[in-house]
Each structure stands twice: as C-alpha cells, then as structure tokens.
Design a protein around this ligand. Structure first.
Ligand code: LHQ
Length: 257
C-alpha cells in the first residue's frame, strides 16, 4: 500500500497521508513521495490541493522508529531532504493548498498543515508542538509560521510546553481557519477546495506570493510588490472574465488562466 494516496478529480489534487497504523508518521519514503506528489500538482489540470490524513490522525510527525534505526536516513538529512522541501513546495505551489486536519497533527505533521494556505480541522482534531518533549526544536517552518499566526508569546508557550491544542481552541486563537463538526467535516473541507478550484487560480497564486513576500518586506516595499503582482493579475484571462461577468450581470466562468 502506498504511503501517499494521490488522485486528481475536478481540478483538485487529493493527497492523503497514508500510514494510518503509525498515525501517518513520516518516514523517508513517505516524505519523498509527498514531495513528488506536490510536484505532480504543477499541471494545468490542477487548481487546488487538498491534503489530509487516512484513518484517525492527520500526522504524528516524524516516525520516531526511523530516527533510531541505524539504517535510517540520519538526523542530518531529515530536515534538508524531507521536511524543508515539503513546506517549501507547499508555499511555492501556484495554487491554494487546503489542509484538512482530520485528527491529531503533531510535530512536523502540525507544521506541514499550518504552512498550508487554508487550514480546517475536524472538531476532534488537535495540534501539538511535540518537539520539546523529545528535546528538539519546532521545525518544518514552525518557528516562522506559528508566531505569525498566533503571536510570539502564545507560540513560545505552546512550543515549550508541548500542550495539545484542541481544534476549537486552535480556531479561536487564529492558528487555523475553521473547525467543522466531525460528521460534516470532510464534506465542508472538500467544498472549500471545490470553491477554490473554480476561482481565478492565477490571482490566488499571486495573492499567495504577496503573502509570502510580506513576511520579509517593509510596508513600502510591499506596496511596490503589490503593484507588480497586481499588474500580473490584471493581465490574466480570469480578470477579464471577472470584470465582464460583473458588468454583464452573469456568473463568471474562470478557467485558471
Ligand atoms: C508513532 C508516532 C511517531 C512512530 C505515534 N513515530 N510511531 C525532525 C528532525 C528529526 C528527528 C525527529 O523529528 C523531526 C520532526 C518531528 O516531527 S519531531 C516530533 C515527532 N512526533 C512526536 O513526537 C509525536 C509522538 N506521538 C505522540 O505524541 C502521540 O502518539 C500522539 C499525541 C500523536 C497521539 O497519541 P494517541 O492518540 O494516544 O496515540 P498513540 O500514542 O497510542 O499512538 C498510536 C500508535 O502510533 C502507537 O503505536 P502502537 O504500535 O503502540 O499502536 C505509536 O507508537 C505510534 N506512533 N506517533 N511519531
């Protein structure tokens, strides 16, 4: 059985972390396969990525059995070859990535979800910065993303205490976008992806790029970059379609070009 399930349907790439008996903990094979699948999304066919976990967990982070395995990849390679390329791909993909957190998301599993563009969770899901409990620092972009989402103090406490944050609390503090009841979670999460896949994909990709840039820009530099990116958005077919549809009082048909 493949550790990553991948299916393209209705312009959405459904990626499922699939080691349910290990709570979808990442080993090298799964990490490399996820990178490959994220690369496979770079086709005109795909306009949104939907990332979730099989079974009861989203992901328990690094497979700790692999880190003590003498034949394993070794500590030096895990970030540079596994997690950093995954989160970099998610941030650079020119389309929205929806993380549908179906259960516990711990360690790198949590931070891979949190670097996605829209994070939704089932009510029974939770987020744990589990790293401190085994003497590590938060990785996979966590030290960058989490303080920007919830503020430095709260991030610092969660990273040091390693507390489990229930989905509702994660929503309340702005760590994630929305929580849905377990029974309606998957349907609602998929509806968000469906909605996004019918939107002006290039405009969304440029929005994502502007947000990425905002992390390292000053205000004036950001205004300058917005200007450049807006020119690009305005040169898309979908922009023309959006304006024409508004004026003609009809529903726009965006093609992602
Ligand atoms: C696991 C794991 C797991 C293997 C559950 N590995 N088997 C970067 C740099 C280099 C090295 C290290 O890592 C990193 C990045 C990281 O991600 S560090 C953080 C690694 N993750 C953790 O420390 C989380 C460890 N897991 C847990 O704390 C709990 O399992 C959570 C809170 C996720 C879930 O708790 P429960 O729902 O109570 O489930 P459980 O603990 O009973 O686990 C179920 C099974 O899954 C169990 O196996 P078993 O054979 O006994 O049924 C666990 O051993 C296995 N499992 N996480 N990360």
């Amino acid at each position: 059985m493949s550790s990553i399930l991948f299916e393209i349907r209705d312009a959405i790439a459904f990626i499922t972390l699939n080691r349910p008996e290990k709570l979808n903990a990442f080993n090298r094979e799964m990490a490399l396969s996820l990178q490959q699948k994220l690369d496979d999304c770079k086709s005109n066919e795909v306009r949104c990525v939907f990332l979730t976990g099989a079974g009861k967990a989203f992901s328990a982070g690094q497979d700790l059995a692999e880190v003590v395995d003498p034949d394993g990849p070794g500590m030096q390679r895990i970030l540079s070859e596994h997690y950093n390329p995954i989160v970099t791909r998610i941030r650079k993909l020119e389309m929205p990535v929806v993380a549908a957190v179906n259960g516990v998301a711990a360690g790198a599993g949590a931070n891979i979800a949190l670097c996605s563009d829209i994070v939704v969770a089932a009510e029974s899901a939770s987020f744990i910065q589990a790293f401190s409990k085994i003497g590590l620092i938060p990785d996979s972009g966590g030290t960058f993303v989490l303080p920007r989402l919830i503020g430095w103090q709260k991030a610092s406490a969660l990273m040091m205490l390693g507390e489990k944050v229930p989905a509702k609390e994660a929503e309340r503090i702005g760590m994630i976008y929305k929580v849905f009841g377990d029974d309606v979670f998957m349907e609602n999460a998929k509806n968000i992806a469906k909605f996004l896949a019918a939107m002006p994909t290039k405009g969304l990709a440029l929005t994502k790029q502007a947000l990425n840039m905002s992390f390292s820009s000053g205000f004036e530099e950001q205004l300058h970059d917005e200007d450049i990116l807006q020119q690009r958005a305005a040169s898309t077919e979908d922009y023309k379609e959006g304006v024409n549809a508004f004026i003609e009082k009809r529903i726009p048909k965006f093609r992602g070009i």
